[in-house]
Design a protein around this ligand. Sequence first.
Ligand code: FES
Length: 484
Amino acid sequence: MAHLIPLSRLARLIGQPRSVLQKMAQSGQLATFDGHIDLDEALRLFPDAKIEDETEIRRVEEIKEQALAKAPARLELPEPDVLQQRLRQLGRDYAAARGKLMHYDRVVGWIGGKLAEAEENGRTEPGFADTFVHWLMGELTTTPSDMARWEAFLARERIMRMMTAQVTLLPKGQTFEIVGSESLLEAGLRAGMAMPYGCSNGSCGDCKCRVASGEVVKVRPHDYMLSTLEKRQGYTLACAYTAVGDVSLEVELDDADDIPEQTINARVREVERLGGRRVAVHLLTSRAERMRYLAGQLLEITVDGQSRRVPAASCPCDERRIEVHVQCETDADAATGPFSSLLPNVEVTVRGPFGRFGLDDASQRPVVLVAEGAGFAQIKSMLQHALSLEHAPSISLVRLASEEGLYQENLLKSYANALDNFQYVAFKAGTPHAAIGDAILEQAGELAQCDVYVAGSEAFTASIGARCRAAGLPEEQLKAEVVA
Ligand code: FES
């Protein structure tokens, strides 16, 4: 009887990054069934996995959380109601397994009887029934050599099921984990999914979605009422419910056209000089407000009546933090901030999002990001989003500096050191585009199997695009954004 485990949970159990398992699945080394892996297959392929040792995977998770400035999703027990439901489900699984064992026991008895009958009727050799039953009982009572490991693995997986649940979004099959008492929506947004929602407090119904399989349980109060028919059809509110066990939800993720224009207030946390006249402005929204945008989009910042439309350089999965990169018009502006009064703690208005450049978050192909100069802001946002989604088996960033140099380089180097599915290569200003093209081909391996995103000047995006097409990249797997 196959025991299937979701890929992300298996990654945690064996202390491997999820990307490693994805690569193995894509190369055919690891058989998967709808994103699940058979426990026997996992134990065969990872004979040295230390089931109790999560040191390495925790180290990488912590670096990633710190680097992405995300609130850590610690493995912790959910609220008592959810825990009770999960225990109930575990009890049902246990009872079903016991029931099956009892049935198998009876079948073994019947086999002995049937063989004895066949022997009496002369349809088998004399003594065959005894010999066979003796052999069968011997096999059933002998403990296989790998049983202790199998049991330890399964016991740990069961504990993880108490603390986490996997959510699969249909029809495209994106997955994420719910930890502790998070709602479906909170966990999805933390994982970087562009899930549709409005109020996020149970009033508007915009997060309504259908549960295709699995059970959900209420964790937050809500005023919005689902009709009796909707309830019967399996609809739920993602902002008010969580998963009891692994669930599949029918959810169409937002694309650039679905996200309504919003206006929110935020405060300046820091103005960071990047080099030349470019600065990064770090904003913090109020607790009640959150800007919905996609990685690669633009936001409009207004302070003291002056507005600028600028690229977001942060991941949309960062709860309340927004980073934008601004090109100042004068050296004085760059020294004091792009607007004369843009100082820490000053309140700004943020409007948006704008633009259509962004990741194909349903694709599971390797991602190649290419940035020139100011194009780095949007590419950085997409990089963080891709890291957060964990869907791409590998992510490469090829970067060409402009006159400001290679700013925020330490962050990229720390990603490259910590994450074995991320490669980074950078070139100083003035490097010919042909050399950048060579680096892309080298990083990508088989370019035709990748998604390539390019942001930079018109000349740069044109020449990199031409080089990628000539190397066999299908047109639909190439996205380019011209940055002034
Ligand atoms: S987001 Fe408004 S009800 Fe869930």
